[in-house]
Design a protein around this ligand. Sequence first.
Ligand code: MG
Ligand code: MG
Length: 268
Amino acid sequence: MIVRKSRAEIEKMRLAGQVVADVHKMLQDIVVPGVTTAELDKKAEALIRSRGADPTFKGYRVGREVFPATLCVSVNEEIVHGIPGSRVLEEGDLLSVDCGATLSGYVGDSAISLAVGRVSKDVEELMERTKASLYAGINMARPGNRIGDIGHAVSSSVAPYGYGVVQDFCGHGVGRRLHEEPQIPNYGIPGTGRRIKSGWCLAIEPMINLGTHETRMLEDGWTVITADRLASAHFEHSIAVTDDGPIILTSRGDDPPGDWIPGTSPVS
Ligand code: MG
Ligand code: MG
């Protein structure tokens, strides 16, 4: 069942999303060579709790595994779900940070990729294009469009570059729980899948690789890496579908300007 949120619930979702946005804004300033991922995690948790919210990922269970931290930190070939620890970030690393916060019973979920110092041109372009693919996907999250339209927009936006679009993990509905229906793959056939409805809240999250789309799981049971060990980028926003278009609940205020949304008429 896909839960449709009222305007009042969407506002609560936005307040939760803004806690996550503030975590990412803080991280943008402190992700530098020499910092450990555990230090980042500690600061993120402190900020979330100072707002009266809870870190959604901490204690999150998948089967028998329990995620131990506030942030997922994924470096270079790590795609998603890396665990913070003693690893020291180095000049040239690509760091993907995923964060969830629960406020008044509602979840915000958002991820960004950050350059640690200066990164290679390949990695910089990968990050920029992955971010652009997120907005291409968000743009399709309108009543009357279909779920396949979102995934198709994401994958076709990076198709010219020959990147690998991760298929083993995908976006999702978000609300009182971190993962709700429906699943939002980052690939799809236009005009297929369920029809998108006003009131849906979705986490759209392209994971795009420099090389193959294939993934492997590390022995920690969480960290997902690229099969060829080439770099991966990850950008995610929680959004609400409304009759007036998508609202970015986890906006950091740096989204593309108003005219970024081309063509507002739903695909019939
Ligand atoms: Mg996330
Ligand atoms: Mg998510």
